[in-house]
Design a protein around this ligand. Structure first.
Ligand code: URA
Length: 443
């Protein structure tokens, strides 16, 4: 068998055998591949797809390309998001769930494309170390119920390489490749329960509900085969989540939620819903009882205290919790009013805030990477004062841009008009939660 045979077979639309998939992943593991051949195979998979059996075999091979952690009888639950804009939900959710006696062994990623990454956000806390060894990760879970780190070098080794290549070859949006990528990491990190926030819409990799449902079915079925009880929730990613986009800005917004200062809106709704779902599935209790536990953990500040313990344990500066000036600060802060963009009008409703464009704006202000090697400006980003459905007038402040690059501020300011749509008539605000797909509902 050669790599070329496998590329040709998939290119011509045939199914790959388990042996061929194992060969493909083994060649990556042993460093016996060249990027152009793997890229060609990824593109063939992107266009020709994979059956469920091929996808399950690919996931298994990717898990076996590294170590699989076993937390034995510790109750574990993790959450994964397929990637959004302003999606900082993991930051408050992990300490909330961990403070309810469930271990959260969270291995996260960095920003991908227009979406932000949990690791980049955490690193905006001065000193915060996301690079624990696997042994440190395991002992921190036993001690604190919580660790938030990057994928260690032993976990799903092949995914690390494939993830970077997919980002650079436009082969991210593929159901089998996303399934194998997410599930291989989650199976290998040792969680027994998993809630996946599957984003749908303009700012997401899945653009419509039908595609998202197909992906959800693959994720849940692969979880079942590997002893990971997986629940998928489809959520709307048409506008950025919450008010902040950008690394330190999103951590500040998360701290505000943990302090009990944010009590409504999409960020609050999604964080409390997903936390309650994790608790109800893991402890096998009703959703309302789980939701009460979440609210109590925020009210009593137990979740905030858990976050402080996490920061201390991973070498971050806990002063950030009291004093936001400890975060890196952008030199330029530019307020933008409705009249600066839309000129004169009486009143209008916000119809659309294009999450995809806003993700790109935040990146060009410095919050994300254009190339793998780029460094991130943790202070850069956007504060958004409007949400879909709001009524505005010309004097409404709609955004503040944060950056250290004057030219990026100018460039983004010019483009904002095309990313916000106004309407003369009232807009109905919908819940961001589209539907929850339970593991019991998928055979
Ligand atoms: N998140 C992942 O971990 N992998 C993907 O392929 C997409 C989102």
């Amino acid at each position: 068998m050669t790599f070329i045979d496998i590329i040709r077979k998939k290119r011509d639309g045939f199914n790959l055998t388990k042996d061929e998939i194992n060969y493909f992943i083994n060649q990556i593991k042993t460093n016996n591949v060249v990027d152009y051949q793997v890229s060609a195979l990824l593109m063939a998979i992107f266009f020709k797809g994979m059956t469920f059996e091929e996808t399950a075999n690919l996931t298994e091979a990717m898990v076996n390309s590294g170590t699989r952690v076993d937390f034995e009888d510790i109750l574990t639950c993790d959450k994964h998001s397929t990637g959004g804009v302003g999606d900082k939900i993991s930051i408050p959710l992990a300490p909330i769930v961990a403070s309810c006696n469930i271990a959260v062994p969270m291995m996260s990623g960095r920003g991908l494309g227009h979406t932000g990454g949990t690791l980049d956000k955490l690193e905006s806390i001065p000193g915060f170390n996301v690079n624990l060894t696997l042994d440190e990760f395991k002992s921190q879970i036993k001690e604190l119920n919580l660790a938030m780190i990057g994928q260690t070098k032993e976990i799903a080794v092949a995914d690390k390489y494939l993830y970077a290549l997919r980002d650079a070859t436009c082969t991210v949006e593929s159901i089998p490749l996303i399934t194998a990528s997410i599930m291989s990491k989650k199976i290998a990190e040792g969680t027994k329960n998993l809630v996946i926030d599957l984003k749908v819409g303009k700012g997401a990799f899945m653009k419509n509900v039908q595609e998202a449902e197909e992906l959800a079915e693959y994720l849940i079925k692969v979880g079942k085969l590997n002893g990971v009880k997986t629940t998928v929730i489809l959520t709307d990613m048409d506008e950025p989540i919450g008010k902040m986009i950008g690394n330190s800005l999103e951590i500040i917004e998360s701290i505000e939620l943990l302090k009990g200062n944010i009590k409504n809106g999409d960020f609050y709704e999604l964080t409390t819903y997903l936390s309650a779902l994790m608790i109800s599935k893991t402890l096998s209790i009703g959703f309302e009882e789980a939701k009460n536990k979440v609210l109590e953990s925020i009210c009593s500040k137990r979740a905030l205290d858990k976050f402080k313990q996490l920061i201390l344990k991973q070498n971050g500066n806990p002063k950030v919790l009291e004093d936001y000036s400890v975060f890196p600060n952008a030199k330029i802060k530019k307020d933008i009013y409705a009249k600066d963009i839309f000129g004169d009008f009486k009143t209008k409703y916000i119809k659309e805030i294009d999450a995809f464009q806003f993700g790109l704006f935040a990146n060009s202000l410095g919050a994300g990477r254009n190339k793998k090697e780029d460094t991130i400006d943790h202070s850069a980003g956007i504060e958004i004062f409007i949400k879909i459905g709001d009524l505005i007038n010309p004097n409404t402040k709609i955004l503040t841009l944060f950056s250290n690059k004057e030219e990026s501020i100018i460039e983004v300011t010019k483009k904002i008009k095309d990313a916000i749509n106004l309407s003369d008539s009232k807009i109905i605000k919908n819940s961001k939660i589209i539907k929850t797909i339970d593991y019991d509902s998928i055979k």
